[in-house]
Design a protein around this ligand. Structure first.
Ligand code: NAD
Ligand code: TYD
Length: 355
């Protein structure tokens, strides 16, 4: 087992990053420090870690900064003697990457480069350090009705988001091959769970059902995604950074494929069970809207490698995960109010076109 003393988590105020930090404090025996480095874009909310910050004052530090800022990245690595970087920070929403790709290129590509360069300079030839890069299955492109993405599937990104993630993955690989930087990488399927910014399918549909607002389904709703509960992803990342083979990439997935329209129907049924409203009062809200340009048809991950090599497996069923997510959104009204009052609301009004 590799051990670290000072882990830098970039993007730790976002959806997966905050769940990962919570997972480390609550479900591992890690006794070192966590430094959360986050720019707090519209998607970053430090409130998601308020409890952790209060409970672990001596072990948890928050730094409000941009991963593209070379000086502050360099000084943070030195000041906190960082020996592991877990890199989540990114612009992450495909629809935003279509309407405004510039920020995706800057943060996802230049930001990753800035971190790698600073890590190379600070770590020199050390081998007791690790740069773990979080990526997505979307870099592999779009599948037809059959087949799976494997670790050696050729990259074929098709949206500005997935292209920027693919570019960052390649730069990470270049630092491994050229400079022998100790890196690991993971490519994961769609996550869901608490603290998910409500522009993505599952939290958006939950909040719109609860608020009796239209449920915007793109195209015919036949696109397929493979859903994984976010703490199962956190567990996979922990296994990779502590036990994964240096230089390797691992695919992580839910083995849980659903057509979008079926996810929306399932959510309507589960929300109806929680609110005692008739299920049709929710299903009637389904509104088919203009399809996303270049909408990838199907993603499906083969994750045998991480299962066989590291003994990882999914632990939360879709039904359990959706129920606990719905209950979380019903309970955490302040968190929702705070994230909904931002720029997000204006963006969503501008971008949804009913058909
Ligand atoms: P998110 O959008 O919820 O959070 C991103 C976080 O990064 C936010 O806290 C934001 O403030 C921060 N950030 C953005 N730009 C920054 C910058 N320049 N400097 C510092 N911080 C910055 O995203 P997420 O869903 O938590 O995704 C995290 C990572 O996981 C991303 O790299 C994403 O590509 C990858 N991923 C996500 C999914 C998914 O289903 N959400 C699946 C696979 C991989
Ligand atoms: P999303 O959560 O944005 O994740 P990604 O695009 O990274 O897979 O979308 C998941 C699927 O749901 C995708 O096929 C697009 C679709 N979708 C809708 O039909 N309606 C919506 O309002 C959103 C946000 C997504």
């Amino acid at each position: 087992m590799r051990q670290f003393n000072n882990i830098l988590v970039t993007g730790g105020a976002g959806f997966i990053g905050c769940n990962f930090i919570r997972y480390i404090f609550e479900q591992t025996d890690y006794s070192g420090n966590i430094i959360n480095f986050d720019k707090l874009t519209y998607a970053g909310n430090p409130e998601s870690l308020a409890g952790i910050a209060a409970q672990h004052k001596d072990k948890y530090t928050f730094i409000h900064a941009d991963i593209c800022d070379t000086k502050i990245v360099e000084s943070t690595l030195e000041k906190y003697k960082i020996d592991c970087i877990v890199h989540f920070a990114a612009e992450s929403h495909v629809d935003r990457s279509i309407s405004g790709p510039a920020e995706f290129i800057t943060t996802n590509i230049n930001g990753t480069f800035t971190l790698l360069e600073a890590a190379k300079t600070y770590w020199q030839d050390r081998k007791d350090v690790l740069f773990h890069h979080i990526s997505t299955d979307e870099v592999y492109g779009s599948l037809g009705d059959t087949g799976y993405f494997f670790e050696d599937t050729p990259y074929d990104p098709r949206s500005p988001y997935s292209a920027s993630k693919a570019a960052s993955d390649h730069i990470v690989q270049a630092y491994k091959h050229t400079y022998n930087l100790p890196v690991t990488m993971s490519n994961c399927s769609n996550n869901y769970g608490p603290f998910h910014f409500p522009e993505k399918l599952i939290p958006l549909m939950i909040l719109n059902t609860l608020g009796k607002k239209p449920l915007p389904v793109y195209g015919e709703g036949l696109n397929v995604r493979d859903w994984l509960y976010v703490t199962d992803h956190a567990d996979a990342i922990w296994k990779i950074i502590t036990q994964g083979t240096i230089g390797e990439s691992y695919n992580v997935g839910g083995e849980n494929e659903w057509k979008n329209i079926d996810v929306v129907h399932k959510l309507c049924e589960l929300v109806a069970g929680e609110t005692s409203e008739p299920v049709d009062s929710y299903k009637d809200l389904i509104t088919y809207v203009t399809d996303r340009p270049g909408h990838d048809l199907r993603y499906a991950i083969n994750c045998d490698k991480i299962k066989n090599e590291l003994g990882w497996k999914q632990s939360v069923t879709f039904e359990e995960g959706l129920l606990s997510t719905i209950r979380w959104y019903i309970k955490n009204t302040d968190w929702i109010k705070h994230v909904q009052s931002g720029e997000y609301t204006k963006w969503i009004e501008k971008n949804y076109v009913e058909r």
